[in-house]
Design a binder for this molecule. Structure first.
Ligand code: FPP
Ligand code: MG
Length: 313
């Protein structure tokens, strides 16, 4: 199976032209990383084209539904370099388009009939929403702790990554509890690492894609690296810090050496999470039959891609 066609107009009713145009825009720019991860894992579990496509569509539909809603909540004007759906099609249609994707997911999964997969997917959507609710309650909370942020990241970000690791096994009707426990822990770690790396982009660290900087701070959201940066600042410098508008200004407020020491500390903390992920991976591989051990290659590259943002991994 070479090309995974996640989005096709044919999957949506032709009598809904506005919805079709909105989805054309939405799906044309995504990298489809989650779908590709599912495809790679599923390939080692002997799954066929149809169940792979079902999973790939499920995760990309949910991910894109959450982005439609998220851009409205964040009032973001751009998504994947194009005007956000709520700006182009009105907020009402952006919300409805997100809801419709979720509805399609439930129709497709219930038709497929794997109840474990359906239940787990419903739980994942519920987690995603809880994460967003908690995150919104933390905006303008300048004394937020890394533990509070981790809770949001497990719910909002890791829930989807975890699903990518576990769903192929559920689809292959492999339900072993110990195996799913390990995949759960690995998904949590990889989701946390991805989010923490994303939080570093806000400070222009390993920002190869040129994402806008200081967006979180300017909207009053203290992200995970911000929390680490703020912890040893004086009261006066904290006040200056939360009002910084440029990276140059921010580095001046905290001091160059302080900034670099905190970055090193943050990377070291996260490297220990990567080591733990590697430890779980080894246990996972030992528990798998030889025919499925090819998943090691797919899973071992994730920290390099998602935390270190290594384009060659
Ligand atoms: C991007 O975060 C957004 C998410 C990871 C999830 C948002 C979830 C919801 C809006 C809940 C609704 C869910 C469904 C299923 C409809 P970000 O704002 O940190 O990243 P960004 O810079 O890409 O916008
Ligand atoms: Mg957003």
């Amino acid at each position: 199976m070479k090309d995974l066609k996640i989005y096709s107009r044919r999957d949506f009713p032709p009598y809904l032209p506005k919805l079709n145009s909105l989805y054309d825009d939405l799906f044309s720019g995504g990298k489809g990383f989650r779908a590709e991860l599912i495809r790679r894992i599923s390939g080692h579990l002997g799954l066929g084209e149809k169940p792979i496509l079902l999973q790939a569509q499920t995760i990309e539909f949910i991910h894109n539904a959450s982005l439609l809603h998220d851009d409205l909540i964040d009032r973001s004007h751009l998504r994947r370099g194009k005007p956000s759906a709520w700006l182009k099609y009105t907020p009402e249609y952006a919300v409805l388009a997100g809801d419709y994707l979720l509805a399609r997911v439930m129709v497709n999964l219930s038709e497929y009939g794997n109840l474990r997969l359906l239940q787990y997917t419903a739980q994942m959507i519920s987690d995603l929403l809880e994460g967003e609710w908690i995150q919104d309650s933390l905006v303008k909370d300048f004394s937020v702790t890394i533990d509070q942020l981790d809770q949001v990241h497990y719910l909002k970000t890791a829930s989807l990554f975890k699903w990518c690791l576990r769903a192929p096994f559920l689809t292959a009707e492999i339900y072993d509890e110990e195996l799913h426990g390990l995949l759960d822990q690995m998904g949590d770690l990889i989701g946390l690492l991805f989010q923490r790396s994303d939080d570093l982009l806000d400070f222009d660290i390993r920002n190869h894609e040129g994402k806008a900087v200081l967006g979180d701070l300017k909207s009053g959201y203290i992200n995970s690296f911000s929390a680490v940066l703020m912890e040893d600042l004086s009261k006066e410098n904290r006040e200056l810090y939360v009002h910084c508008q440029t990276m140059k200004g921010l580095r001046e407020v905290v001091g160059e050496d302080y900034f670099n020491a905190k970055l090193k500390l943050f990377d070291d903390i996260n490297q220990s999470k990567i080591d733990l992920y590697g430890h779980h991976l080894q246990r996972l591989i030992e528990s798998l039959p030889a025919s499925q051990r090819g998943v090691e290659k797919e899973l071992s590259r994730l920290p390099r891609i998602l935390y270190w943002r290594d384009p060659k991994a």
